[in-house]
Design a protein around this ligand. Sequence first.
Ligand code: 3PG
Length: 209
Amino acid sequence: MSALIESLQAKRVVPLVQSDDPKTALKISEALLEGGLDVLEVVLRTDAALDCLEAIAKEFPHAHVGAGTVISADQSREVIRRGATFIVSPGLDPASVKVAQDAGLPILPGISTATELTQAWNLGLRTVKLFPASLVGGPKMLKALSSVFRDVQFMPTGGVSAANLNEYLAVPAVLACGGSWLTPKAAIDAGDFAAITKLAKDAIAIANS
Ligand code: 3PG
């Protein structure tokens, strides 16, 4: 079992880190780590995202620092170069999967149908992201897919929050949930990193309940 899967199993929550500035990204990450979460997904959604990823990976070598919103093979190569230890994608891109597999890095592509999951399974993947989870059927969809794909584990993302986290985690095939609810923009803009630590602690409490 990979160290990443072990951490996902232990913490069961993957916060998104998004920032325009590596210094702020480091503060967000520190707050999440302080709250007990050690699997962080730095999303490629700002011009500074790659610099944020690199800074976090360097500063916190004991955390699992992955890159999210990766949609091409070129981006996959670049995030690996910048220090990502896993890759998450909103959809399934076989070329990105190959880059990650060749580098020996875990990749969790997004799937939202049985057909996409079949394609992911045939690429050798047994851990995928369900995206956007709440819009494609939520926990019911996960139960339906996992009754067929018995050896697949899921990371639902998209519409997961503290209010429904326990419903997702109650599905046996759910390894962990991802989401942006742990890193709200309002708290970041206000410099309220203690709020992020609290959200991380609250999520762990829900996961353990
Ligand atoms: C993702 O990249 O996985 C989603 O944007 C997360 O969705 P959320 O913002 O609803 O948590």
